[in-house]
Unconditional design. Structure first.
Length: 77
């Protein structure tokens, strides 16, 4: 996962296979978010519904510094 040169990642999910990832991921490097509250979840955080994913991504996008690659030179947003 970190082959892309990132030091932190976000993993969100809402089912049993996602719980396996929540349990096994390094929480120091991966923020884990369950969609739907569950007292048994291994995720660090939860969102109340799938509708909140867009809000979360807007927030993350707003605080994340822009990192443009050299191949993006000359492009406009």
């Amino acid at each position: 996962m970190f082959e892309f040169g990132v030091t932190r990642a976000l993993f969100a999910g809402d089912d049993l296979t996602d719980e396996e990832a929540f349990h096994s991921l390094d929480h120091a490097r991966v923020m884990t978010i369950r969609v739907g509250r569950s007292a048994r979840s291994s995720a660090e955080y939860y969102l109340r519904s799938q509708n909140e994913i867009d809000d979360l991504l807007d927030i993350v996008g707003a605080v994340r510094p822009s990192h443009r690659s050299p191949s993006d030179a000359g492009r406009t947003a």
